[in-house]
Design a protein around this ligand. Structure first.
Ligand code: SF4
Length: 209
């Protein structure tokens, strides 16, 4: 299988329970909930996306011919050192992440994390699964390490998600024109519901990609 990659870069994880860790980000092209084109946003299943996942024109982007070539590029960007972490995101990573790629990354000593919308079941063997559910979609991946709910989202009641099998439940304020209102709503929610924890997009505060 070939892989359509938007970009690959070394940075710090900005969000969630692993915030602050050095990580190679591998962003696949494409998502099953939005085309990524502004003209389609209002009729998309997911309408608040803040990520450019269209095409393959980003840093180290392109079509990689196989799992081995893609894993080699991730390895090259990490360079030296242990505690190797690759965060596979998108777009929707489960459209492309398969067992050969997972195996090739493990063989190079990487811990493999994914950030998925949960509408496609995760490949077995992923080390860290973060699911960010979107209102109105059928989430089939209901277990993992962290559930990250972008908030507020009409059509989702966080209480309905607490029966899912996650180690951590995170509320993250929705970015956009109403970000101040969203931040206040998220703080209020966590203050009233201690099963949830606040997640901030630290990379935006720090000017990281
Ligand atoms: S599911 Fe994720 S990648 Fe896809 S459009 Fe929504 S926020 Fe963007």
């Amino acid at each position: 299988m070939t892989f359509a990659v938007k970009e690959i870069f070394l940075t710090l994880q900005g969000e969630g329970m692993q915030a602050g860790r050095r990580a190679v980000f591998l962003r696949f092209s494409g998502c099953n909930l939005w085309t990524g084109r502004e003209r389609d946003r209002q009729r998309a299943q997911c309408r608040f996306c803040d990520t450019d996942f269209v095409g393959m024109g980003g840093e180290n982007g392109g079509r990689y011919p196989d799992a081995s070539a893609l894993a080699a590029k991730v390895d090259e960007l990490w360079d030296e050192g242990d505690r190797r972490l690759v965060v596979i995101t998108g777009g929707e990573p489960m459209l492309q992440l398969d067992e050969p790629l997972l195996g090739a990354l493990h063989a190079r000593g990487f811990e493999v994390a994914v950030e998925t919308n949960g509408t496609i079941a995760a490949v077995p063997g992923i080390d860290w699964i973060c699911v960010s559910p979107k209102a109105g979609t059928k989430v089939v991946q209901r277990s993992g390490n962290e559930l990250k709910l972008v908030w507020p989202q009409q059509g989702i009641d966080p209480k309905d998600l607490l029966g899912w099998q996650f180690d951590n439940f995170l509320i993250q304020p929705m970015d956009g024109a109403d970000r101040d209102t969203a931040r206040a709503a998220a703080i209020d929610y966590v203050l009233s519901n201690p099963r949830w924890r606040l997640s901030l997009q630290n990379h935006k505060l720090l000017g990281l990609p």
